[in-house]
Design a protein around this ligand. Structure first.
Ligand SMILES: [Mg+2]
Length: 258
């Protein structure tokens, strides 16, 4: 039987097209450091007020003992690193800022926080503070695939808005227009097989016509589970680099499409 023709290339971002370090060491700290000043400057914006109200509501009912300490303005028990800093943030800014920073540090997904981070990143990209680094092979390969009429799509746990900002402000210029579809965790977890079925349905393609590239073995396994073609992205600087039974690539340029 002939190998099915690939029509769409579905790409993870972090660890696949963009170094993990940009997200972890640049984007997240950038938003964290600017939370207080951003909220101060934009406090009157009704949308920001709504996000703060949602944060306040979550803070009021968060059962975590550390959060209860924050709420009472007392030091976090156990002197965990950063505890003093949260207390200071709670005293000088507001318990809300301290709580948002605590959520970031504990990698807790919270929609209002995600939205605020997105707004801070948007202003950082717009004023030139932030430029997304991509691996050298990414822009030329995306342009080639686009010329060759492959559909290009993104699937990343960062919000679609954040994905578009990143490709709009890349070191290789604005690449946003090369992609036709954008998926984030609203379609489902990247480790769940159902998410890949849902993506194939949106793309109106048979899973075998889609090639998914990611550095996370659980994601590769889920996509492969419904019959997508897969490649494991083994980039310099990625934490887990065991491809298991899957084909590994170190550059998108290595990919040969049937
Ligand atoms: Mg990744």
């Amino acid at each position: 039987m002939a190998e099915p023709v690939i029509r769409c290339i579905l790409l993870d971002i972090e660890g696949t097209t963009c170094p993990v370090s940009f997200v972890a060491s640049v984007l997240f700290p950038y938003a964290r450091e600017r939370l207080a000043s951003y909220l101060e400057t934009n406090h009157a914006d009704p949308e920001v007020q709504a996000l703060l109200a949602a944060t306040q509501a979550a803070l009021a009912v968060d059962p975590n003992p550390e959060v209860q300490a924050l709420r009472q303005g007392s030091p976090i028990p156990g002197h965990q690193p950063g505890g003093q800093e949260y207390l200071q943030a709670a005293q000088t800014n507001s318990p809300l800022v301290a709580y948002l920073q605590w959520l970031i540090d504990h990698d807790i997904k919270f929609p209002a926080l995600k939205e605020l981070q997105g707004r801070i990143w948007a202003s950082g990209y717009a004023n030139g503070d932030l430029i997304a680094p991509l691996f050298d092979d990414v822009a030329p390969t995306l342009h080639r695939w686009h010329r060759e009429r492959y559909q290009l799509a993104v699937y990343s746990s960062g919000s679609v808005a954040a994905q578009q900002l990143l490709y709009r402000h890349s070191q290789d210029g604005n690449l946003e227009g090369l992609f036709s579809h954008w998926f984030d965790s609203r379609i489902g977890s990247k480790q769940a097989t159902d998410s890949y079925s849902a993506i194939a349905a949106v793309l109106q393609l048979d899973p075998a016509e889609i090639l998914f590239v990611s550095d996370a073995i659980a994601e590769i396994r889920a996509a492969h589970g419904i019959g997508m073609a897969v490649r494991f992205s083994d980039r310099q600087g990625n934490p887990g680099r065991d491809p298991g039974p899957f084909n590994a690539i170190q550059s998108l340029a290595e990919i040969e499409l049937p």
